[in-house]
Design a binder for this molecule. Structure first.
Ligand code: SF4
Length: 722
């Protein structure tokens, strides 16, 4: 720990990377951030930080990153020209007129907003209200669609609400921890440190990891199940089958607190150990051991992430795992429960305000007439449109097809992060107007921007975020806004006021003096809902530190764990078993495309590297992109470490060095998700696309609409050098 010299000022914030939501103490000298350290009082991390968190100050003061900042509004009126610097008044007047004209000619669904789990809850709230309340379109979706929407759908279908029932302390109290589709050691490092410490303190604790790759997390496990990609539902149904046969379910709990078990029981009868072991590519013995450990333990906790979510069967995977918890009563008690880990710092906050095409404020649904009426009353408008808006992939398809004409992208980089890059880039080129609201002018998406709106970023913003365990942290800015940047919520409000003037609205829907007044309105929208925070305030968050929801009026503390009374958030109060059936991955491997490609995070990088990409020490772990193959496949193809190969799917091709990884099974390939055009030495993919998402498929889950970024069929051929 570093104690700040007298001239330095210290302020509390949260790390802006993953959904663990670690507290940091930021040191500034008035002009710039000079250091960070873990906040010893923050209940997510108790002072610890990982490599990314502990270098936050370097990203904040990095000269290259400062040069990359968007500091002034810019517009281009003709596509082929460069954008030119302009004023906020000119830019927002232009935008309001363009939106009003387009909506008058083509209706409110001719515009769309694509926002981000990096935004603060208040930013999210304003943009959601702008689209659904003022403009009258549900075409607002978020990059959390690529990250958490299957977890949302899974929770809602089974437990009745999008509310992770467990908490971080459960890691310390579990007897069995089942990690599925998550390389926690890399993607949620500080939670993983908590798990390591808990295992030391309680050596009887067992850890099971199921993952197609033998990741660092898998290497540490007591039992590793190297399942084939996409076979998770078969695994969970198979474990339930064994628990049924061995009397490891809890019939009294099932009778008292759930419904729909009889149908699921008939389905899982077919998931015999042999069938499941063959389907998943694991041994029957290991499958039976996993089921026994899970079913026999006093408290089993499942931790899961994108391996379940980024799948064309993502909702079924989430539901099948929750089925297993319900049948064995591994929920609603200390150390037990299904616990989805959020990828982004505020994916949870976005879900709370309903910042998706299918959701409304405070976990309400667009498809529910009563919910729409409640939100219309709260916002003092006649109605909220009933038809769901376009989800992430659908929005870009609609842009390509001309059904959406204007897209406003906030704090995210779809030209790198969305699947099927060729289609996304074609859509951005075909749009009548692309508005990009960003802190950095160097993202791949900025190249497509007709209007660039400069926004503040970490250490400059004020507001709240919610981490994976439903814990809300408030933080204040530690630096002044640079250049002419504005906070994201402010940009939305200033634009809304102009649109209201053009539409001659007598009273504004956005009467906010400051960010707290936005949060207060959001808080009121939660009254009586599962996430009720009417007992919380900025003052309480400031005085008492981060708090978990729900925190209703009169409460003295938030609720650590949900459903301890066995009453669920469904209409009947009973949890629902979903009849989950295994479906293979959307794109099967075949003779032409024989490799299963999976994608994922590396230890020290974050998303598209907008922040981490200029910090030299974060490249020591993985200096450049590569495709990782098994030793067998390298030898079969006469490849040496570093040889260049073409990795090709039905949608695109990428040239990368091949490296051998002892974490890979034969027939599988892995590429880190982070590298885009700035970091591939100008090599690119030869077709205007960059990075692994040239290869990935836009196939998505029918319920959650989350794309299958975790699997594509590819071929790999040695590149001929000129
Ligand atoms: Fe930041 Fe996540 Fe690391 Fe915590 S674990 S310091 S939130 S990146």
């Amino acid at each position: 720990d570093v104690t700040a010299p007298a001239a330095l000022k210290e302020s509390k914030a949260t790390c802006c990377y993953c959904g663990v939501g670690c507290g940091v103490i930021v040191q500034t000298d008035g002009a710039q951030v000079v250091g960070v350290r873990g906040d010893p009082d923050h209940p997510a991390n108790f002072g610890r930080l990982c490599t990314k968190g502990s270098t936050l100050h370097l990203t904040a003061r990095d000269a290259l990153q400062q040069q990359a900042r968007a500091l002034h509004p810019e517009i281009r009126v003709v596509r082929e020209m460069e954008r030119e610097r302009t004023s906020w008044d000119t830019t927002l007047d232009f935008l309001a007129k363009k939106f009003a004209d387009t909506i008058a000619a083509h209706g409110p669904d001719s515009v769309g907003f694509y926002i981000s789990g990096q935004l603060l809850t208040e930013d999210y709230y304003v943009f959601n209200k702008l689209a659904k309340g003022l403009i009258g379109t549900n075409n607002i979706d978020t990059n959390s669609r690529l990250c958490m929407s299957s977890a949302v759908a899974g929770y809602k279908q089974t437990l009745g609400a999008d509310a992770p029932p467990a908490c971080y302390e459960d890691i310390e109290q579990a007897d069995v921890v089942f990690i599925v589709g998550s390389n926690m050691a890399y993607a949620h490092p500080i939670l993983y440190r908590r798990l390591e410490a808990a295992r030391k303190a309680r050596p009887q604790m067992k850890v099971i990891v199921a993952d197609p790759r033998r990741t660092d997390t898998a290497r540490d496990a007591d039992l590793f199940l190297p399942i084939l990609p996409g076979t998770d539902v078969a695994l969970f149904n198979g474990m339930l089958h064994i628990c049924l046969w061995e009397d490891l379910i809890d019939p009294a709990y099932i009778d008292a607190h759930t419904e729909g078990f009889a149908e699921l029981k008939r389905t899982v009868r077919d998931y015999t150990p042999k069938f499941v072991a063959d389907t998943c590519g694991i041994s029957e013995e290991d499958l039976v051991t996993a089921a026994r450990w899970f079913g026999e333990s006093k408290a089993a906790l499942s931790l899961y992430c994108q391996g379940l979510n980024q799948s064309s069967a993502g909702t079924a995977k989430n539901a099948a795992l929750i089925n297993l918890h319900l049948a064995t009563h591994q929920i609603g008690k200390p150390g037990a429960g299904p616990f989805s880990l959020t990828g982004q710092p505020n994916a949870m906050g976005g879900r709370e305000v309903g910042g998706m095409a299918t959701l409304l404020s405070a976990h309400r649904d667009i498809g529910n007439r009563a919910h729409r009426a409640e939100v219309a009353k709260l916002w003092d408008i006649t109605d909220v449109p009933a038809a769901p808006g376009k989800s992430a992939v659908e929005m870009f398809e609609a842009l390509r097809d001309g059904d959406i004409r204007i897209i406003w992208i906030v704090c995210t980089n779809p030209a790198q992060s969305m699947p099927e890059q060729k289609m996304i880039r074609e859509a951005l080129k075909k749009a009548e107007l692309v508005v990009v609201q960003e802190a950095y002018r160097t993202t791949a998406t900025c190249d497509f921007a007709d209007v660039l709106l400069p926004a503040t970023t970490w250490s400059e913003k004020e507001g709240t975020v919610t981490n994976s365990e439903r814990r809300i942290t408030r933080f204040k800015p530690v630096l002044n806004k640079p250049g002419e940047t504005l906070h994201d919520w402010e940009i939305g409000v200033r634009f809304a006021h102009r649109l209201e003037t053009l539409w001659k609205r007598e009273r504004t829907l956005f009467p906010y003096d400051d960010v707290e007044s936005v949060w207060n309105e959001h808080r009121e929208s939660t009254r009586g809902r599962d996430l009720d925070i009417t007992g919380l305030s900025y003052a309480i968050l400031e005085q008492q530190g981060p708090q978990q929801w729900p925190y209703p009026q009169g409460a003295q503390a938030g609720r650590q764990r949900l459903y301890e009374d066995g009453i669920f958030a469904t209409a009947s109060g009973r949890a629902k078993f979903v009849n989950t059936v295994y479906q293979p991955v959307a794109e099967k491997v075949d003779a032409r495309f024989p490799f299963h490609l999976t994608t994922g995070r590396l230890r020290d990088q974050w998303h598209g590297m907008s922040r981490t990409g200029t910090v030299a020490q974060l490249f020591s772990h993985a200096p450049e992109p590569a495709v990782v193959l098994s030793k067998i496949d390298m030898e079969r193809r006469l490849l040496k470490d570093g040889d260049l190969v073409h990795v090709t799917s039905k949608r695109g091709s990428q040239i990368l060095p091949a490296v051998v990884g002892d974490d890979m099974r034969a027939g599988q390939a892995f590429i880190g998700m982070h590298w885009g055009e700035e970091y591939v030495s100008g090599r690119g993919n030869g077709d205007g696309t960059f990075g692994v998402n040239a290869l990935t498929t836009p196939a998505y889950d029918p319920s959650s609409k989350q794309p299958e970024l975790k699997h594509a069929a590819v071929k790999i051929l040695k590149a001929e050098l000129p």
